[in-house]
Design a protein around this ligand. Sequence first.
Ligand code: ATP
Ligand code: MG
Length: 571
Amino acid sequence: MLMSQLYAPTLRETPAEAELVSHQLMLRAGLMRRSASGMYSFLPLGLRAVRKVEQIIREEMNAIGGQEVLMPIVQPAELWQESGRWDDYGDEMFRLKDRHNRHFCLGPTHEELITALVRSEVRSYRQLPLRLYQIQNKYRDEIRPRFGLMRGREFIMKDMYSFDQDEQGLDESYWAAFHAYERIFRRCGVEAHPVEADSGAIGGDVTHEFMVLAEAGEDLVLYCPHCGYAANVERAQGVEPEGEGAQVELKELQEVPTPHVSTIAQVCSFLSVQPENCIKTLIYLADGKPVAALVRGDHNLNEIKLRKYLKCDVLELADEETIYRITGAPVGFAGPVGLDVPLYADYAVKQMANAVVGANKGDHHMINANLERDFSVTSFADLREAQPGDPCPRCFKALEGARGIEVGQVFKLGTKYSQAMGATFLQENGVETPLIMGCYGIGVGRTVAAVIEKNYDGDGIIWPISIAPYHVVIVPVSMKDQVQAEAAQKLYAELGAAGIETVLDDRDERPGVKFKDADLIGFPIRVTIGPKSLEQGEMEIIIRRTKEKISVPVEEVLTIIRQILEDGDVK
Ligand code: ATP
Ligand code: MG
């Protein structure tokens, strides 16, 4: 490719719309442009990187017996009604109607479609296992599209679905995908750590997210440096503390006026107490029935844990009216004393004494509330969001926290979709049973962004060789110099013939401008052709990642470049 013809409009300035380094660099290096919030056009360089990631994914999916398919983006509402997700998916789903007024959506994911596809064809255990995947645009009307490709409303995903006849088969599919993911991210030049996660609305129980640890990440990962336990914060398990907590003298329960003081922070400053001495009482509707959840003032309730514990389908914070009806007070003054709904408390509440609680009366709190004496709870459970410093659920050492970018996720779905949608097969013994499913996603664009987030310097992107849009850029110091131009053309032809993806910067620009662009775009190898070195029969090879410069005899340039590319930089 000649640089003079390459459509890679680079920018000197950092675009104001971009917060994250990866987003800034993808715009500056001319990899992509925004067309609407969360929607991007890939330009040639960006698309080449994307296609390389896709190719790595494809090879690894094929290697575990995956077969590529391509399903429609536009999906009929009926299928989603069958699974029950047409309503559940909510505003994140882009919905549309055709000219006959029939309802459709733009696929945010494809469990329904693939289940429908397979149910009409798979009849017997002999056709299993089956692993089908596609690489395709997905559509989610995210509340906050941001950070470029990290959270788009249109984005490329690889989604694989496995169909097995029993749990053991699912286990094999799951771990095959899990290990394929490890290879995929390693080959893309980025370390992605598998962490235990929550399956959320998709269903199923066992799931891992693959996280690239980076400050830019929107997720919080808790991990144990001692035993290797790692989980998304939503999932990380708490440990039931032993013993009763410190023995302190129980003081007298008192109601105190706290005018206009309703948040924990306000209560703490008004009463001069610490958040860990307060109990937060949250009123929820669990499948419509009111319950109260208690957590320590400095802890956050984890709604996923509460929902699981209560085994309810819908858990929502109660509205003001319900809160008033149940507590007799406006929002912010609920407390466990005298509250006539089931009370579920996080383990940490068990160890509290002389706590500050809402008084179930407007503008009032109670101080010195104590368990058993002043209130009792229906049960204790692990209900709060874990945080760094908490004990590891496996080895009890302190957990550490890190931010992560979720680049992929694998799920054991079980029979959620096959059951709801009647996708069954005949077992060897003739019994008809639902297919056992798994699903496995990778965000392609998000992976590219995460790779950049971990591979850049002040000058620009540092592509891992494996996904670099091009491998080599040849930069003659002056294209006007006949000798340089000829040497450059000759090398360009040689590299091209050797199948090495090369750009020749044939522009009539100052060398400084060309070097800057080369660094910004991040070609792994630059060959500089200057008058002096050429006189000595040499060219200069510069490695982008290390900035190492090697003077090489002209006739050896190809061999050395080949060697560098073969050695690779992805270990
Ligand atoms: P998130 O929690 O980040 O919203 P998710 O868990 O909803 O993602 P999945 O349904 O697991 O996403 O999708 C599989 C993969 O697709 C994710 O691991 C991620 O890499 C990618 N992905 C999901 N949503 C987006 C998005 N809005 N933009 C870009 N990539 C996305
Ligand atoms: Mg996910």
